[in-house]
Design a protein around this ligand. Structure first.
Ligand SMILES: [Zn+2]
Length: 317
C-alpha cells in the first residue's frame, strides 16, 4: 500500500535529511510532509524546540520528490506575508506545524488565517491544554528527578499524587509551588476553532495533539495527559469532523496512537466514519502507528484514504 507520512520533522532526535530518507525507505513511505516549529518567545523554554525552515527547505532541495516542505511562521511576526512568499518560492506547500501559545479567538489568528488562505496553504496545527508545568532551576539530579516526576511520569498520575502528597504533608510544598509555572496551552480553544472553521470554509485545517485526541471521547480525565480506557460516547472532534468539510486531522504522535489504541472497536468506527478526513503520520515516533491501524481491519479503500489518498488529494505530487 502506498503511504505518505503527513507529520515528520527533520533535525529532531538527530534525524538529518539523509537519515530521514533512509527511514522513509525502510518504512516504504513515498513522500512526507516536513514541518517546522517556530515560536519567538516561547513562555517555557524547556518545552520548546526550534525546528527551522532552512533545514526543511534544504531537505526538500536535496530530495524534491520525497519531501513536501511546510513552514508555519510564528503569528507574532510582522513579516508574515513576505516570509510566506519567500518560502513558497522555495517550494512551500503547506503551513505547519503551527504550535504556538495562542488561542483561535485572538484577532492575530484571524489575520494569520487570512494570509495563509490567500496563499491556498493547508494549515497543520497542534492542540494542547493549559497546565501547571514544573520548571527546574538547576541541572542537578534532584531537579531532574522532579522535572520527570511532575511533568509527565506515568501519564500524569505521579504529578497528581505528588501534588496531593506535598499539600497534605508540606514536604516540598513551597519548593514545588515556587517552580510550577503556568503553561498557557497551544491553540486549545475548541469554540474559537469552530468559529474559524465557519469563517474560512475553504481553508483546510489539519489538527493533531493531545488536546485534540483526548476529545475523541465525551468524558475527560482530570489527571491523565493522554486519556485512557473505553470510549462510551464520541466527543467534540467527532462532531467537528462530521460538520466541517474543511477539518482534517492526523493520527501522529503519542496522542493519536493512544486515541486509536485505548478502545480498538471505537477506533475502528471512528476511522471508518472519518476515513476521508484522517491522515497517517508518525511525528518521528516509533509506537507502531501503521501496525495499529492495520490491526483494526478497515476495508481496503478506507485504509488507502488514510495512508495515502487524503494527503495526496490535499497536496498532489
Ligand atoms: Zn504536534
Amino acid at each position: 500500500m502506498r503511504k505518505i507520512d503527513a507529520h515528520l520533522h527533520v533535525e529532531l532526535q538527530g534525524l538529518d535529511a539523509d537519515r530521514l530518507i533512509t527511514y522513509m525507505d525502510n518504512h516504504s513511505i513515498e513522500r512526507c510532509w516536513l514541518l517546522t516549529w517556530e515560536e519567538e518567545e516561547a513562555p517555557i523554554e524547556s518545552l520548546y524546540q526550534h525546528i527551522s525552515p532552512e533545514e526543511v527547505f534544504n531537505a526538500h532541495e536535496k530530495y524534491p520528490d520525497r519531501v513536501i516542505p511546510f513552514y508555519a511562521p510564528d503569528p507574532k511576526t510582522d513579516r508574515l506575508e513576505q516570509k510566506i512568499i519567500h518560502a513558497k518560492n522555495n517550494g512551500m506547500r503547506g503551513c505547519g506545524e503551527l504550535k504556538v501559545t495562542r488561542r483561535w479567538e485572538e484577532r492575530r489568528m484571524e489575520s494569520y488565517l487570512k494570509v495563509i488562505y490567500r496563499h491556498r496553504l493547508p494549515l497543520l496545527f497542534h492542540m494542547e491544554e493549559p497546565r501547571m508545568h514544573y520548571v527546574p532551576d538547576n541541572p542537578g539530579l534532584a531537579e531532574k528527578t522532579l522535572n520527570v516526576l511532575l511533568n509527565g511520569a506515568l501519564n500524569g498520575v505521579v504529578k497528581n499524587f505528588l501534588l496531593r502528597f506535598s499539600k497534605k504533608t508540606s514536604i516540598l510544598k513551597d519548593h514545588i509551588e515556587d517552580h510550577l509555572t503556568y503553561f498557557p496551552g497551544y491553540l486549545h480553544d475548541f469554540a474559537g476553532l469552530e468559529k474559524r472553521l465557519k469563517q474560512f470554509p475553504s481553508q483546510v485545517f489539519i489538527a493533531h495533539g493531545p488536546h485534540f485526541w483526548n476529545h475523541i471521547a465525551s468524558d475527560r480525565s482530570e489527571i491523565l495527559f493522554h486519556d485512557k480506557g473505553r470510549i462510551d460516547r464520541f466527543g467534540i472532534i467527532d462532531r467537528l469532523l462530521s460538520r466541517y468539510e474543511n477539518l482534517y486531522c492526523d493520527v501522529s504522535g503519542k496522542s493519536g496512537f493512544n486515541a486509536m489504541r485505548r478502545d480498538p472497536e471505537k477506533a475502528r468506527l471512528f476511522l471508518e466514519k472519518h476515513h476521508r478526513k484522517i491522515l497517517f503520520g508518525t511525528d518521528n515516533t516509533s509506537f507502531g502507528h501503521e501496525d495499529l491501524i492495520r490491526s483494526l481491519q478497515l476495508p481496503a479503500d478506507k485504509l488507502e484514504n488514510i495512508f495515502y489518498r487524503n494527503a495526496d488529494r490535499l497536496i498532489p505530487a
